[in-house]
Ligand binder design. Structure first.
Ligand code: SAH
Length: 217
């Protein structure tokens, strides 16, 4: 199967942005981003930009998805928790690289659309949940990996508590969009080891559920 030009161009852009892990690049190449983009932006699905998905939320920029996935350092047997399903694009990339992805989203309509896409693409190793990501997913813990795709002011303690020994969490930290940092924390025998990966811009991680999700749920 030949790769279309716009995809090749995107992969080259990701490489120059620092995404060098060939497994990560391969996973991104295999996930059709146009399926996750709203119809009016479908022609821009392979540009290295974030795209609006409604409810004031965004489909993450491919280079950021690449850097975060690379920082996670996934293995095929790992269980991963994702907070902030959004369009489900990052989720789909993760499903290609680990055993199962548990993903939590607070907006019911976004979650429903993402679930539809997972079905369409026959991604069977993903489990979804409508809920508040600040609480994690205690019933499924511990997780070898946790990724947060909305920015909290501080790393939520409940998430750190749900990491397996040797586990890794990747999270954009900061209130202000201009000063957010992508942070990786690894739980070692000697305690947590924190690293700064890059500057990023994410929508804020909000506490609780929106009113419409509560009413129906
Ligand atoms: N990875 C997604 C990015 C979505 S934007 C993608 O590529 O499409 C961030 C998402 O986090 C939004 O959908 C937002 O609703 C969600 N979010 C914000 N705070 C949350 C919380 N406390 N719990 C669960 N999801 C949250």
């Amino acid at each position: 199967m030949s790769t279309p030009n716009h995809k090749i161009r995107l992969i080259m852009e990701l490489r120059s942005a620092g995404v060098t892990d060939t497994r990560v690049l391969g996973a991104i190449e295999r996930v059709p981003r146009e399926v996750f983009a709203p119809a009016t932006f479908r022609d821009r699905a392979y540009e290295n930009t974030a795209l609006p998905i409604g409810h004031g939320q965004t489909l993450s920029q491919p280079s950021v998805v690449g850097l975060m996935t690379q920082a996670l350092d996934l293995g095929p047997r790992m269980k991963t928790l994702e907070i902030g399903t959004g369009s489900g694009y990052q989720t789909a990339v993760l499903t290609r690289l680990c055993r199962r992805v548990y993903t939590v989203e607070r907006h019911r309509p976004l979650l429903a659309e993402a679930e539809q896409r997972f079905k369409e693409l026959r991604l069977h190793n993903v489990t979804t949940r409508l809920g508040d990501g600040w609480l994690g997913w205690p019933e499924q813990a511990p997780f070898e990996r946790i990724i947060v795709t909305a920015a909290p002011a501080e790393i939520p303690a409940a998430l750190v508590a749900q990491l397996a020994p040797g586990g890794v969490i990747v999270v954009p930290v900061g209130n202000e969009k201009r000063t957010q940092r992508l942070v990786r924390v690894r739980m070692t025998d000697a305690g947590p080891v924190s690293e700064d990966i890059a500057g990023v811009r994410f929508v804020p991680m909000v506490e609780g559920l929106p009113p419409e999700a509560k009413e129906q749920g």
